[in-house]
Ligand binder design. Structure first.
Ligand code: ADP
Ligand code: MG
Length: 603
């Protein structure tokens, strides 16, 4: 029986008056002809079945849709010789075994409206026929413990008889000699190792998405991976990346923006990669690639990771199926959001809040993060902004500040750190919980100002300094173009700029923290078009805020008075993400008393 005769051939055959096109006898013009069904099926199969990993993905997704709690995947020769997937799911009833292999046959969708309510991994009814067109397939399935099992074999797209067999409840599908009959596709397969690696990646992603399902992957007689299936995402992470990594991963802050909610695991700042391959994103449990959401994650790490480093994450976005289009891509690798901005914000917030809450202090002893108590975060009263934080001086002028410069500040701040002095005109030396603290004065001030700018932005209340004498600044043609794009962002940061004839800007107001800086120099930096034009507006905003903060802060090598240093340390204790500057460098290093005792051999 040929299952592919119900393809588009039938549609054409139904049209009245349709005749096969005549051959005009030109050698160079190819005759249009209707492809034999097996060829058509082979072409369609290419969309879904590209290599062993895509077969495994489809079969495991079917097992998950069938409600399995255990899925075992076995490979021979990277899946090129054999892929076998066994599940303990609901099985396929005897009467439906043949239909399952027909094109567009699915139990998961009945009407067009159902496309808006997809909750299963599959719904297109393409996988089984596509796989059967590309390999030798045999299936054994059993619905309930009482019933007998059913088996069927499909060779070159032609099904053999449905027979009674023996087998446990659930389904086993064995796919042999993938692409044996499609040499063009076989050519694109790589080494056994490479194909095995791809399968592994697919299974790992699925396992992360379904922690309650025990997934086992073997290659020959070697077990490559097994998840526990106990429902714990962290345990799956541990099975994939080792227990040390699993212990360090942070719980994403449960964030909800409009219809989107987020949960998952993210890496701490101490833990990163040189590329984006450690970022796994799921939408309604489906692993997807999504440029904007990846940017949202990277953005959230701004200031925590230095440029060129990327986090690890397994993040899950949940949204009601009607605010989502999953039918964008044949293998469903991409999705579209009805409200993309909200999806972006929910992801960014979930990651950012988790990082801020865990912001580690760098320890001199290990030069690694400290998760123990006694960090700055632990002694600061809270990370919330008090009214005092809003009115903190940028930084008092040379010793002009008396001790009561921040009287309200001292009331709201636990005196966590006692400033002792300045080292090399660059570092503030302080005593605090558990040891000595060295604070990089530039990085610290930068972070204080950066955080203040972000806070003003969140409240939409920029602190502005109006200029009595507006400053004219010359700009280049490219800057003139760029400024149109970023003017709203600049205004939100406190700038008031006017065009003043050709290639000249008139600066009427500046962010108040830029009062002491060279405005033309700062504008030159702000108006250098950003490298990545796909970056969201928030990214531009963060980058600009970082530049303004950098220009406005004290330099290394600048001598500071005691009261200036105290004011700075107090502001730092209250800033969010106080342990890192906007560029990801640490602001503070602790030399622990324990380390001193050890070094001085007191213990
Ligand atoms: P889809 O998953 O898009 O529905 P498939 O071609 O992957 O299409 O599968 C066709 C149908 O076969 C499914 O809708 C389901 O009813 C049935 N099926 C496939 N695999 C399994 C399985 N492992 N357990 C139970 N039913 C299955
Ligand atoms: Mg399927």
């Amino acid at each position: 029986m040929d299952y592919y005769q119900h393809g588009y051939n039938d549609v054409l055959r139904l049209q009245p008056g349709f005749d096969p096109p005549a051959d005009h006898g030109h050698e160079s013009i190819m005759t249009i002809r209707i492809l034999p069904s097996i060829v058509a099926a082979g072409i369609a199969a290419g969309e879904v079945v590209e290599r062993p990993a895509s077969v495994v993905k489809e079969l495991v997704e079917n097992a998950l849709d069938a409600g399995a709690s255990r899925v075992t995947i076995e490979l021979l020769q990277g899946g090129m010789e054999r892929i076998s997937v066994t599940d303990n799911g609901c099985g396929i009833p005897y009467g439906e075994v043949e239909t399952a292999f027909a094109r567009h046959a699915t139990s998961k969708l009945a009407s067009l409206d159902d496309l808006d309510r997809i909750t299963t991994m599959g719904f297109r009814g393409e996988a089984l026929p596509s796989i059967a067109a590309a390999a030798h397939v045999s299936l054994v399935t059993r619905v309930t413990p009482g019933d007998a099992a059913t088996s069927i074999e499909i060779t070159k797209g032609v099904a053999g008889p449905v027979a009674t067999a023996s087998g446990a409840p659930g389904t086993t599908i064995v796919v042999d000699d993938l692409f044996a009959n499609i040499p063009a596709r076989r050519k694109f397969l790589r080494s056994v190792g490479a194909e095995t690696g791809r399968v592994r990646q697919v299974v790992e992603r699925l396992a992360l998405g379904f922690p309650e399902v025990q997934c086992t992957l073997t290659s020959g007689d070697k077990q490559l991976f097994q998840s526990q299936g106990n429902g714990s995402l962290r345990d799956v992470w541990s099975a994939l990346h080792g227990s040390e990594s699993a212990v360090q991963m942070l719980e994403a802050h449960p964030a909800q923006v409009a219809v989107y909610s987020v949960r998952g695991l993210i890496s701490p700042a101490s833990f990163s990669k040189a590329n984006r391959s450690g970022i796994d994103l799921y939408v309604n449990r489906r692993w997807v690639q999504h440029r904007a959401l990846t940017v949202a994650i990277e953005e959230a790490y701004r200031g925590f990771l230095v440029e060129g480093r990327f986090p690890l994450a397994a993040l899950f976005l949940e949204v009601s199926p009607d605010a989502l289009d999953v039918n964008v891509h044949p293998t469903k690798r991409e999705v579209r959001f009805v409200y993309e901005g909200d999806a972006f914000s929910s992801v960014q917030r979930a990651v950012r809040e988790a990082l801020l809450a865990a912001s580690p202090l760098i320890e001199a002893a290990s030069l690694g993060p400290s998760y123990a108590g006694g960090s700055l975060a632990a002694v600061a009263p809270s990370f919330q902004f008090s009214a005092a934080a809003d009115t903190l001086p940028v930084l008092p002028g040379p010793d002009s500040t008396s001790e009561e410069a921040g009287p309200s500040a001292s009331e709201t701040t636990v005196a966590g750190l006692r400033v002792l002095g300045q080292l090399a005109n660059t570092y503030i030396v302080a005593e605090g919980p558990g040891g000595m603290y060295l604070i990089d004065q530039h990085a610290a001030h930068e972070q204080v100002l950066f955080d203040r700018l972000l806070l003003q932005w969140e409240k939409q209340l920029p602190e502005i300094q109006a200029l009595l004498d507006p400053i004219p600044v010359e700009i280049s043609p490219s800057q003139e173009e760029y400024i149109v794009e970023v003017l709203p962002t600049l205004e939100q940061l406190g700038w008031q700029l006017e065009s003043f004839g050709a290639r000249t800007l008139l600066v009427r107001a500046i962010p108040s923290i830029s009062a002491q800086v060279s405005i033309p120099d700062l504008l030159e930096e702000l108006l250098a078009p950003r490298r990545d034009p796909t970056l969201a507006e928030t990214a531009t905003h963060y980058a600009m805020a970082a530049s303004i903060a950098c220009h406005g802060s004290v330099r290394a090598g600048q001598m500071l008075g005691l009261s200036q240093m105290k004011a700075l340390v107090e502001s730092l204790e209250r800033a969010r993400n106080s342990h890192h500057c906007p560029h990801g460098r640490p602001t503070t290093i602790r030399v622990s008393t324990r380390m001193l005792e050890r070094e001085f051999r007191r213990t």
